[in-house]
Design a protein around this ligand. Structure first.
Ligand code: GLY
Length: 452
């Protein structure tokens, strides 16, 4: 955030307000005022989970979306105007800030918010490099001894093209930087890899070749505060746009938690093996991590390997894991944001409920390309019991109701005593959310359901 003006006097005011209010420092403090940056399904799930905490007094979301206006205050302001953001934090007595999207994390909003002394759930920009540079993440994995695929990095597509002959297909080609979930290409032949290297985003900057690994993927999010690592419920995402894992990659078409690929009871030991070593190396480098590390794992015949790290909650992983978290989520987030995670979880261990959740993402025509926007949505008020509509990209329309405002329009989240029940609920809900051109995958979580 170099060059962005931040106000020292305002910081002092916020610090004093916080000293008088923080439950970490004063018993019997009034309720928490929470701020979430972002406006998709993940941020809806964060706000929804905070709204279920007795400790929370208010929830602000910048910019939020149409659906969040039903239960939170959404602010129509440019989050990148740092001065205005700080003024809002002071004026609204914000205690806790959570940064959702990868680009805001990569742009240093964790640093900016922490400077105001608000409890901040987001890593520093330098620590977030585990997501915004795939090469850096691979170097850290090597240093930390974390198992991953064989890899080689290149400054640009020309350099990568020259090295192609020393690689075998299938081959994974990854853009080094952020690419909205669309920077990974699995190339079945070297010719396909050559074509990929001439296509955005792979022809626009540094990139990485990676050996293709056979196996099943799982998502493991963990709260990380320095060297303290606390696993959240594991989940499974469905990245490709089409049934049977076909078509281009997306941000995620649906998710399920729990998952047989990484059962709940292994979550902490896998986090200890595959996330904690990275946290220790980051701390040793002088860039300690404070926020969420979300590891994308693959279960191979020789055990779990790391495909990549993300420096935030997953989307749609948050939608199916946050409903499973017991306890006061807001207090847990404040403890993480204030650097008291180890102390807090000693007294309040993080527990996962036994309930299952499945998210089916109802998308707009055109996604993952340019989605059709402004289409009226019906059926959101007719969802069956046990089903939630976590809005991803909606806007409220004059006179009531909602219209599409992006690609992943509504995450229909079903809960149940089993994955099968949760899945039935999610699909019963998805059927009722109707708008012109809408589509969704029909096989979300199908592999997790035992057929009898
Ligand atoms: N679900 C993948 C991601 O959040 O990047």
């Amino acid at each position: 955030m170099t060059g962005i003006f931040t106000d020292q006097k305002l910081h002092k005011i916020i610090r004093e307000q916080r000293a008088n209010r923080s439950p970490g420092r004063s018993g019997g403090a009034p309720g928490l005022n929470c701020l979430i940056l972002g406006g998709g399904g993940r941020e809806y799930a964060l706000a929804w989970r905070l709204a279920r905490c007795d400790s929370v007094a208010s929830i602000d979301v910048i910019p939020g979306n149409g659906g969040m206006r039903l239960f939170a205050r959404t602010l129509d302001m440019n989050v990148r105007e740092a001065g205005r953001l700080e003024q809002h934090i002071a004026a609204s007595f914000i205690d806790l800030a959570i940064v959702g999207p990868d680009d805001l994390v990569a742009d240093g909003f964790g640093d900016l918010l922490r400077r105001t002394s608000v409890a901040t759930v987001a890593p520093a920009r330098e620590a977030a490099k585990i997501e915004w540079s795939k090469t850096y993440a691979k170097e850290l994995m090597r240093e930390a001894g974390v198992p991953t695929a064989r890899w080689e990095s290149f400054r640009d597509a020309d350099a990568a093209r020259s090295a192609l002959t020393s690689w075998e297909a299938p081959l994974v080609v990854k853009a080094d930087g952020l690419a909205a979930g669309k920077g990974v290409a699995v190339c079945r032949t070297l010719d396909e890899a050559r074509v990929t290297l001439g296509t955005p985003p792979w022809n626009t900057g540094a990139l990485v070749f990676e050996e293709f690994m056979e196996g099943e993927e799982a998502s493991l999010q963990a709260l990380v505060d320095g060297e303290t690592v606390v696993a959240l419920p594991p989940a499974r995402d469905h990245k490709r746009v089409g049934d049977g894992d076909t078509g281009p990659n997306t941000g995620g078409m649906g998710a399920v938690s729990p998952t047989g690929v990484l059962p709940d009871e292994l979550a902490q030991s896998v986090a200890d093996a595959l996330i904690a070593p990275i946290a220790r190396v980051l701390a040793a480098h002088g860039t300690p991590y404070r926020g969420v590390i979300f590891a994308v794992l693959i279960r191979t015949r020789s055990g779990f390997r790391v495909l990549e790290y993300n420096a935030r909650f997953g989307d749609p992983e948050a939608e199916v894991t946050l409903p499973r978290l017991g306890g006061d989520f807001a207090k847990l987030m404040v403890a993480l944001g204030e650097g008291r995670l180890a102390e807090y979880v000693r007294e309040h261990p993080v527990r996962f409920s036994q309930r299952a959740f499945v998210d089916v993402v109802v998308c707009a025509e055109g996604y993952p390309g340019t989605p059709k926007m402004g289409t009226p949505i019906t059926g959101l008020d007719q969802l069956p019991d046990g089903v939630y509509a976590f809005h991803g990209a909606t806007r409220a329309v004059a006179g009531g109701g909602f219209a599409t405002a992006g690609g992943r329009v509504v995450h229909v989240v079903g809960g149940g005593a089993s994955v099968a029940e949760a899945r039935d609920h999610a699909y019963a809900g998805a059927e009722r959310v109707v708008f012109e051109g809408r589509f969704y995958r029909s096989d979300i979580a199908a592999g997790e359901v035992v057929v009898v």
